[in-house]
Design a protein around this ligand. Structure first.
Ligand SMILES: Cc1ncc(COP(=O)(O)O)c(C=O)c1O
Length: 406
């Protein structure tokens, strides 16, 4: 069991002045990250890679941040790009990919996902590429494998989908879907942004070609990680300065990584290590092993929170819960979006403010999904998204405030 007092003690205390349920928008950052960023800027605020001591220290700290985040997801260090955001990482990837496509080639995108793994690929339609849409099944409110099967052809080059919806919380079987795409001769680009803060990840086991996540939602600073198989990074044309074309992964990261934030990523590893040291009786002897064990504790705790909240939402006849109607950790993350009959979404969050409960409202850049689900409220939907550091008391605070508002 997670010791929530210990967990929350690792964050700045103002975090706990409200019951915070907009974690899918961006998670809280523990003190360890703030300290690593500060230490970098205090002690090594110079260009990395020079022969003098502060510069060598800067390079070492950045390399360590990149190495640890690669290990966290089961990748090798040079298969990981630390870029400004998932949107930018995928945009650059799409530019690189464009050159390897010929007129008539096909790309599959969904109407369920955040626009980041969508719009950049859809724009390739202007370059003679056929973009096909894998549509959400409106009955089950998820993407169905048989619908993907019907779209795959011998011309499909890439399938873009998410590991988890940032609105519905439902988890896709990435391993099985990737197998299907590979069998048809296509690569996959998976948006793992909404999955990565909640569950252990092994990109090699999943056999994905590209996988992207926003580290500012995984308790880190505002940067994003793009994983790509080395063979793809080698083959794709560089999008950085021409003389960097042989430098993997820098060739696909124009401008290079943010120095202090890449260094600050070591603080994310510190956080997982602190949780492992406190909770695990027999800690695995690798960093990755300890991270995975900590994620198991997080998933277990989140499932308890999800159960309480799902029960509440499902007990309310006026509430329409979107996505999986369950709390089960293998089916959903604790991200709940819903509408309330007869109420505009935008009216609800201010009603929760006196109780100091914060939830999200809008389309969360998954506008196509809301359209597909027939949501006509211009204010979109309400979203309560939890993280492992939320307590049951906070969920009860939210439930009481929401109940009043409903
Ligand atoms: C599922 C998902 N994908 C992509 C993004 C975009 O991430 P970024 O802000 O790093 O561009 C988000 C951000 O909310 C998201 O939730």
């Amino acid at each position: 069991m997670l010791n929530l007092d210990f967990v929350r003690g690792l964050f700045p205390s103002p975090c706990w002045e409200r019951a915070f349920f907009e974690n899918a928008g961006g998670s809280y950052v523990p003190n360890s990250v703030i300290e690593r960023v500060t230490a970098y800027m205090r002690e090594s605020q110079v260009q990395p890679g020079g022969a003098y001591d502060a510069s060598a220290l800067a390079a070492e700290r950045m390399a360590e941040g990149q190495r640890l985040m690669a290990e966290l997801i089961g990748a090798d260090t040079d298969e990981v790009i630390i870029g400004p955001s998932t949107t930018t990482n995928i945009f650059v990837l799409s530019k690189a990919f464009q050159d390897s496509l010929s007129s008539g080639d096909e790309i599959i995108v969904t109407d369920l996902d955040h626009e980041a793994n969508n719009g950049a690929w859809r724009r390739l339609a202007g370059h003679g590429i056929e973009v096909r849409e894998w549509k959400i099944n409106r009955e089950t409110e998820k993407l169905e494998a048989e619908d993907l099967a019907a779209l795959l052809t011998d011309k499909t080059r890439l399938v873009c989908f998410s590991h988890c919806s940032n609105v519905l919380g439902g988890i896709n079987d990435v391993g099985a879907l990737t197998k299907m795409a590979h069998k048809a001769g296509a690569l996959v680009c998976v948006d793992g942004v909404a999955y990565a803060p909640h569950r252990a990840l092994d990109v090699k086991a999943l056999d994905v070609d590209f996988y992207v996540l926003s580290l500012y939602k995984v308790f880190g600073p505002h940067v994003s990680l793009l994983y790509g198989k080395r063979e793809h990074f080698e083959r794709l044309p560089g999008q950085n300065h021409y003389f960097l074309d042989d430098q993997i992964p820098l060739k696909l990261n124009p401008g290079g990584p943010n120095h202090e934030f890449t260094s600050g990523l070591v603080g994310v590893a510190d956080y997982f290590e602190a949780l492992a040291a406190h909770h695990l009786i027999d800690p695995p002897n690798t960093f990755k092993g300890r991270v995975d064990a900590v994620f198991d504790l997080m998933a277990h705790h989140e499932e308890g929170l999800a159960q309480r909240f799902a029960d509440f939402l499902l007990s309310k006849p006026k509430v329409r819960l979107l996505g999986p109607k369950t709390d089960k950790a293998d089916i959903r993350t604790p991200t709940f979006s819903f509408t309330i009959d007869g109420r505009a979404a935008a009216d609800i969050p201010p009603l929760l403010e006196p109780a100091k409960a914060a939830i999200g409202q809008g389309h969360f850049y998954a506008k196509r999904l809301l359209d597909a689900l027939g949501i006509t409220d211009p204010g979109g939907v309400l979203r309560a998204s939890m993280a492992h550091y939320n307590t049951m008391d906070e969920v009860d605070t939210l439930i009481e405030a929401l109940d009043g508002a409903i």
